[in-house]
Design a protein around this ligand. Sequence first.
Ligand code: PAN
Ligand code: ZN
Length: 192
Amino acid sequence: MSGSTTKSSAGVIDWKNGLLSGPNVRHKTKTLGEMEGIFHDSSAFASMDPNTVIYRVQWIDTAAADESGLLWGNTTIEPGRVGDEFFMTYGHFHAKSDRCEFYATISGSGRLVLMSREGHSWTEDMCAGSLHYIHGDTAHRVVNVGDDPLTFVACWPSDAGHDYESIAKHGFSLRVVAGQGKSVTKEAPSSK
Ligand code: PAN
Ligand code: ZN
């Protein structure tokens, strides 16, 4: 923050790419090998390098995992496909089922896939500037349907937690796949 005398207590965000810097920034990189069973084309999955980076996450660890804390983060999903299915996040419910979240897109083109506990899924289009409110007890996953990286920022309660097991077990009831020159959604088989 050159030229500024203001001190930022939580860190610094670069709005061009959402990237964070500061002492409490944490990182996670998700590779293809860590997403076994998530993409529906298992032979396409097996033919690819498991070290392929699918997405990177940064977040500010506020060390405030109490009812009044908030977390802030960003995710960048690489462009690419496993078979006809676009690269995407693993997806999760929040462990505390009533905890909500905001997503805001910085750049790229995607679909936010949402799913109720009853297994009803729908999507919202993501593009630069799109803002998405994810209600409690709604699973969420982001799919990059473009040719460039997709970056979004997120803000969620620090005690929300992540339930990945439900997704590993049951998946989402909708998939976003490449169609004739554009992305299409299609119903997934009942299990995964
Ligand atoms: C996001 C996600 C992030 C990565 O910060 O954690 O996009 O997706 P997965 O957690 O599904 O791997 C969020 O939704 N936090 O609650
Ligand atoms: Zn979440």
